[in-house]
Design a binder for this molecule. Structure first.
Ligand code: F6P
Length: 341
């Protein structure tokens, strides 16, 4: 069997660990050959490949990014996308695909499956917003990076008696903000799922100053005030229709200064959260996802995604996993609120 592997969407730490595990089990364990497709679905549309054998995956476990490259190409945005994918697979003799990606990449995989393409998915995203799995790999690394940043910002905030705002990724889901904010002892955590009241945020800021502490506010890029919308970086959208978010941290900093008279500074963590080496936990999860993905291929278990449930790796239908995003439950958010202010 020839198996194609691709990584799509925003990169995240652990992608290379998945690729390594797939190949390290698939070659000796099942006698499979692999073809790496470059830059996600673009490589499949254009037949742009990279050799993928055991020697190509040596040393990959701790390496961030993806050796295959990534893109946000959406084949279904093209009239002939499906036909071109079928053509590439036939020309290269590729029998099955393993797609490693988030909601968009796996959404494409789900539609391909409905159209008879043999495909298995692996869930990745630092945002942890894919349904069907307790966690995606990459999330733990992002949370650790954000937590370290918050720890560092505490000391400088206190030296200067300033409010510090930390903007983290999370377009629709506030998982990174919630976990890193709780771990870092944030004064307020603002997430896309729950609109915030700017007067309340300023009150929390002032009460923290009264206690002689400097406030740290962790905000997801997609968080919104009660009155107002997402703050956009630009008017551009990608091939899946997502706008580029960014700027809520700056907006908050200005509002806090204007309303409280205290100095505020904003740090936008941005792609630092996605870069570099994965944590041990993400290496473990990514490796197990890779091993189970190639088992699913061997079992002919098509149209599924590997998923973590407790400590078990299971498979769930791609259609189910991509139907809706996994958002932060307001009850879980309420737990964190005890520390606000
Ligand atoms: O992959 C998800 C994500 O991390 C979002 O939280 C963020 O909005 C987006 O990627 C930004 O990605 P890029 O800058 O690569 O378009």
């Amino acid at each position: 069997m020839r198996v194609g592997v691709l990584t799509g969407g925003g990169d995240c730490p652990g992608l290379n660990a998945v690729i390594r595990a797939i190949v390290r089990k698939g070659v000796p364990g099942y006698g499979y050959e692999f073809v790496g497709f470059r830059d996600g679905w673009r490589g499949v549309l254009e037949g742009d490949t990279k050799p993928l054998d055991v020697s190509a995956v040596r040393g990959l476990l701790p390496r961030g990014g993806t050796i295959l490259g990534s893109s946000r190409t959406n084949p279904f945005a093209l009239d002939d996308g499906l036909a071109r994918i079928r053509g590439t697979l036939a020309d290269l003799g590729v029998d099955a695909l393993i797609a490693i990606g988030g909601e968009d990449t796996l959404g494409v995989a789900a539609t391909l499956h409905e159209n008879g393409v043999q495909v298995v998915g692996v869930p990745k995203t630092i945002d942890n917003d894919l349904s069907g799995t307790d966690y995606t790999f990459g999330f733990d690394t992002a949370v650790n990076i954000a937590t370290e940043a918050i720890d560092r910002l505490h000391t400088t905030a206190e030296s200067h008696h300033r409010a510090l705002i930390v903007e983290v990724m999370g377009r629709h889901a506030g998982w990174i903000a919630l976990h890193a904010g709780m771990a870092g002892g944030a004064n307020a955590i603002l997430i896309p799922e729950v609109r915030f009241d700017i007067d309340q945020v300023c009150e929390w800021v002032e009460s923290r100053f009264r206690l002689d502490y400097a406030p740290i506010i962790v905000v997801s890029e997609g968080a919104m005030p009660e009155e107002g919308d997402e703050v956009l970086m630009s008017g551009e959208t990608d091939a899946f229709g997502h706008a580029r978010l960014g700027g809520i941290g700056d907006w908050l900093g200005k509002e806090i200064e204007r309303r409280t008279g205290k100095e505020a500074r904003t740090t936008v963590l941005g792609h630092v959260q996605r870069g570099g080496t994965p944590t041990a936990r993400d290496r473990w999860l990514a490796t197990r996802f890779g091993l189970h993905a190639i088992d699913a291929v061997a079992a002919g278990n098509w149209g599924v995604m590997t998923a973590l449930r407790g400590t078990d790796i299971v498979t769930v239908p791609l259609a189910e996993a991509t139907k809706e995003l996994k958002l932060v439950d307001p009850a879980l958010y309420a737990e964190a609120a005890i520390f606000f202010g």
